[in-house]
Design a protein around this ligand. Structure first.
Ligand code: FES
Length: 104
């Protein structure tokens, strides 16, 4: 398990990257839901972020890979456009415990 952060550290519409026991991962809060994915593009296996903690596209409605621009749905991780269209990010199980996001 890895304690990623407090729920209050993840603002609505924002993303954050972490190093965990599963390697690099990132979390997003969107529409009051939390999502956690492996930080690995299904296209080439590279990290996704543009800059530290920046995993979303310009309007903050999709996850975007900084290398070739693939776009992923925040709620499912499915690639909607780009070189890995039809593939998906790896969603990771987590729990919320005492107001903290704990990666399983
Ligand atoms: S490495 Fe992510 S789209 Fe190519």
């Amino acid at each position: 398990m890895t304690d990623l952060c407090a729920l209050s550290d993840l603002n609505e519409g924002s993303s954050r990257g972490f190093l965990s026991h599963r390697g690099p991962v990132f979390a997003i809060k969107y529409d009051n839901e939390i999502y956690v994915y492996q930080n690995e593009c299904p296209h080439l296996g590279v990290n996704l972020e543009f800059r530290e903690n920046e995993f979303l596209d310009a309007d903050g409605s999709l996850i975007q890979c900084s290398t070739h621009g693939a776009l992923f749905a925040i709620d499912t991780g499915h690639c909607l456009a780009g070189p890995c269209q039809g593939d998906q990010l790896t969603a990771l199980a987590f729990t919320i415990d005492a107001g903290r996001i704990i990666l399983s």
